[in-house]
Design a binder for this molecule. Sequence first.
Ligand code: NAD
Length: 356
Amino acid sequence: MSFFREDFTARSAAVRVRFGAGIRSAVAEEMEALGVSRALILTTPQQADMADEFAGYCGSRAVGRFTGATMHTPVDVSEQATELARKLGADVVISVGGGSTTGLGKAIALRTDLPQIVVPTTYAGSEATGILGQTENGVKTTLTSAKVQPEVILYDAELVTSLPVAMTVASALNAMAHAAEGLYARDRSPISSLMAVEGLRAFRDALPKVIAAPGNVGARGETLYGAWLCGTVLGQVGMALHHKLCHTLGGSFDLPHAETHAIILPHAIAFNDHAVPDLLAPLGELFGMAPGPGLWHFAKAAGAPMALRDLGLAEADLDRAADLATANPYWNPRPVTRDGVRQLLQAAWAGDCPDA
Ligand code: NAD
């Protein structure tokens, strides 16, 4: 199929991306190339040992570490870390971890304009976007700014080998959701569609190999490649119903980010396939059946969580979730009705395979 459109605008950020097993040790070289010499290293408490490892690569160029990155980028944590960056006179942040750590680096960059080197250890894809979600007083808001777009990404397959299989699968489906929704984005370009299809293909081929052998660095590399492509799509085009539902469920019902994406994806895609089957046809080709069921069977075979009820959502909450998700809807290729969303949520709650 052709991704040509008669009218389009293509946008790409100026990002330097390096791939390779062991490439993380080039972090000092990348600091040099950026013309910076005082790094603040960021991790979660669970990955604090990575801060030590990176301090070793940076030597005297590491001026401090902040190991308190946490989910949903709370503003008070960001302000604490920003204050530390200022106090230390840091001129770059190095974020080592998943979307939560990357989010903290972006929050510091927003407040200080410091450049960011990101070393992702999940497939969430935040490193490839200029998007930042933050929470304050329990309310999550999202902004897009060139200030928060990371300058350098080092994709090192060795670092994802430690990602437990369950998180690997959920994180991969989280990434695939960016690409799947990118296929029908209003502002898609031929390039974003090409990246979306190649990102989905990379996960289709490499994820089963990673599940069979989590330490397979080659297959891990290909999934990271998929994460980069899918994340880049997220950074270039607008998202629709799927992301809206996940934000509602995460924000208002505290459901875990990647797992929620994994469960909702086949249902949201099946819903939209009714409106834009031509645009979703590449998914059908990749998975050998209609896009929604194809993604559902792929997720099931990978051992993904399949039902919102298994994440602790009560059936009684589905009405409120449908109300919230349709209160301020995102643009979507198929008109979003309250009944349609309620039905979709019911199937996702029960873990049923969506109809083609
Ligand atoms: P995460 O960063 O919250 O990580 C979850 C846990 O896994 C943490 O404890 C972390 O330390 C641990 N972990 C990460 N990598 C590991 C590894 N290789 N081995 C062992 N443990 C590891 O999870 P996530 O799914 O990557 O990120 C979710 C967050 O990212 C959400 O807040 C989401 O909103 C955000 N996000 C933002 C964007 C964006 O463009 N702004 C895009 C995608 C996700």
